[in-house]
Design a protein around this ligand. Structure first.
Ligand code: DX5
Ligand code: ZN
Length: 214
C-alpha cells in the first residue's frame, strides 16, 4: 500500500518548503481540484499543478471535484497529471470520459461520494485504473472519516480478485493513524491530507501510516 499526500490543507505561502519536508518519502501527490459547483469550495486549477510539475518527479494523482470534467481533461494532462480521477456523480457517460483520459495515455480513475452506492460502478470496473472511495463528503480537508466507506473498499477488493481486474483501490478523507487500520487490508492507495501536511512533523506522521500498512 502507498500513501498519496493531499496538499489541499498545506500552507501555500511556503509550498515548496512544506512539500520538501516529505516529498522524498512518498511516490504520489494528490491534487484536489474544486470548482465551487460540484462541491461548494474552490481550490486550484491546472496552473498550480503545472508549476509543481517543474520541480517534482512524484506521480501526480489529480482528483477532479468539478462539473463537466471532460472539458478540462486536456488542461490537466498538459499540466502534468499522471492519473486523472473524476466523479461518477458529475457525468452522464463515465466510459466516454475514461476513454478520453486514456487517449492521452494518462491513467483514469472514478470516484464516488459517501451517499453513492458502490454497485453503480460495476459496469465500469473493467475499464478504470483506479477507484477512489470518498470517506468524507468532498469539499474540505480535515473532516472525520465516515465508516460507510469500509464496506465499499471491501466490495472493490473482492470484485477485483473475483474478476481479475487491475484497478487500484483508493480511499480519500479523514485518513490518519486511527482510521487507516480499518481499511488498509482492502486498499492500494490511501489519500491523507491534513494528518500529514498540518503536522508539526509531517515525516513522523507519514512513517506512522507506512508502519500500519507494512
Ligand atoms: C476532500 C478531498 C480530500 C482531502 C483529504 O474533498 O478530496 O483529498 O483533502 O484531506 P483530509 O485527509 O484532511 O481529509
Ligand atoms: Zn481528494
Amino acid at each position: 500500500m502507498e500513501i498519496s499526500v493531499s496538499i489541499l490543507s498545506i500552507d501555500y505561502a511556503n509550498i515548496k518548503t512544506n512539500l520538501d519536508k516529505f516529498s522524498n518519502d512518498i511516490k504520489y501527490l494528490h491534487l484536489d481540484v474544486m470548482d465551487g459547483r460540484f462541491v461548494p469550495n474552490i481550490s486550484f486549477g491546472p496552473a498550480l499543478i503545472k508549476s509543481l510539475r517543474k520541480n517534482s518527479h512524484l506521480i501526480f494523482d489529480t482528483h477532479l471535484m468539478i462539473c463537466n470534467p471532460e472539458k478540462y481533461v486536456e488542461d490537466f494532462v498538459k499540466a502534468g497529471s499522471d492519473m486523472i480521477t473524476f466523479h461518477y456523480e458529475a457525468v452522464t457517460n463515465p466510459k466516454e470520459i475514461i476513454e478520453l483520459i486514456h487517449s492521452y495515455h494518462v491513467k483514469a480513475g472514478i470516484s464516488i461520494n459517501p451517499n453513492t452506492s458502490v454497485e453503480v460502478l460495476e459496469d465500469i470496473l473493467p475499464y478504470v485504473d483506479l477507484v477512489l472511495i470518498m470517506s468524507v463528503h468532498p469539499g474540505h480537508g480535515g473532516q472525520a472519516f465516515l465508516s460507510s466507506a469500509i464496506d465499499k473498499v471491501k466490495y472493490l477488493k473482492s470484485k477485483k480478485e473475483e474478476k481479475h481486474y487491475s484497478y487500484l483501490i483508493s480511499i480519500d478523507g479523514g485518513i490518519n493513524d486511527e482510521t487507516l487500520p480499518l481499511v488498509f487490508p482492502y486498499i492500494d492507495l490511501a489519500v491523507s491530507g491534513s494528518y500529514i501536511v498540518q503536522a508539526l512533523d509531517p515525516q513522523e506522521n507519514l512513517k506512522k501510516l507506512m508502519h500500519i500498512s507494512s
